[in-house]
Design a protein around this ligand. Structure first.
Ligand code: 13P
Length: 277
């Protein structure tokens, strides 16, 4: 098997009891914030790109930037394909050169999920690419998810050979309506049965204490998106309230970057990944 950096840094995080933060990026500025902040804090980092982000950027640009980022910054940097539901689209980007990929068949019945993931894992092996899959289903905003069954999780990783597993324990993508109720017992049980790195989706809106608790129970990668978008937008809105006539976009984007950098730094501290890069 070809050595894969994503696999290596996640396994190390699981073994040593911290989490690698995975930040969703949207454009060059959000990418710069993540890379610069993670470098300052010497943290390994994953930059997550969804199907719509890859289309927005153009995958050739993204890959070229990924290569340059790896040359310029001296920390482990992974550009990760997040939440791909179309396996053919995912294969296309694996062929193009991404090294870490999530195939998301979590809305399909168990057997179908297994079959899709098996196919992607077998394909990805030839390219030395690490694969993440999801079992159970993490909700989205108002839409409820389905919690991961621990016994099924054990079978799932044996059957698929996947590198990391996203689990549903009560988080949602986006901001929580009301107080989040995380099922730590379930996570602990999954963690006992599944020794590969576990992934927490829907990291925004959770208290630091909750995030830290999930890491204690085996979470080795924490995904953050919504809080970053909110911070970036908040920075720009504040800038325009104070400078309504400004049209130098480097100035207002800078205001967004500064707000977002605060969130990135805070999440790196919470993940315990500072100094691990
Ligand atoms: P949030 O938007 O809740 O941070 O979730 C991010 C995520 O899980 C991306 O896969």
């Amino acid at each position: 098997m070809v050595d894969n950096l994503a696999r290596k840094i996640l396994q190390q995080a699981r073994a040593e009891g911290y989490a690698v933060p995975a930040f969703n990026i949207y454009n060059l500025e959000t990418m710069q914030v993540v890379l610069e902040t993670a470098t300052k804090m010497q943290s390994p980092v994953m930059l997550a790109t969804t199907p719509s982000t890859v289309k927005y950027f153009g995958h050739e640009f993204l890959l070229a930037l990924a290569e340059k980022a790896q040359e310029k910054y001296e920390i482990p940097i992974i550009f990760h394909l997040d939440h791909f539901t179309d396996k053919e689209e995912l294969k296309k980007y694996i062929r193009a050169g991404f090294t870490s990929a999530m195939i998301d068949a979590s809305r399909s019945p168990y057997r179908e999920n297994v079959e899709v993931v098996q196919e992607v894992v077998s394909f990805a092996r030839d390219y030395g690419v690490a694969v993440e899959a999801e079992l159970g289903n993490v909700g989205r905003g108002e839409q409820e998810g389905t919690l991961t069954e621990p016994g099924e999780a054990g079978d799932f990783i044996r059957e698929t050979g996947v590198d990391s597993l996203a689990v549903a324990i009560g988080t949602v993508h986006g901001i929580f309506k009301g107080k989040p109720q995380l099922d730590y017992r379930r996570l602990e049980e999954i963690s006992r049965l599944v020794k590969i790195p576990l992934v927490l989706h829907g990291g925004s809106g959770l208290a630091d204490e909750d995030l830290k608790q999930t890491i204690k129970f085996g979470i080795s990668k924490i995904n953050i998106a919504t809080e970053l978008k909110e911070a970036f937008t908040r920075g720009i809105k504040k800038f325009f309230r104070e400078n309504p006539e400004e049209d130098d976009l480097r100035k207002y984007l800078q205001a967004g970057k500064e707000k977002m950098a605060e969130v990135v730094a805070e999440k790196i501290r919470t993940c315990g990944s500072e100094g691990r890069g």
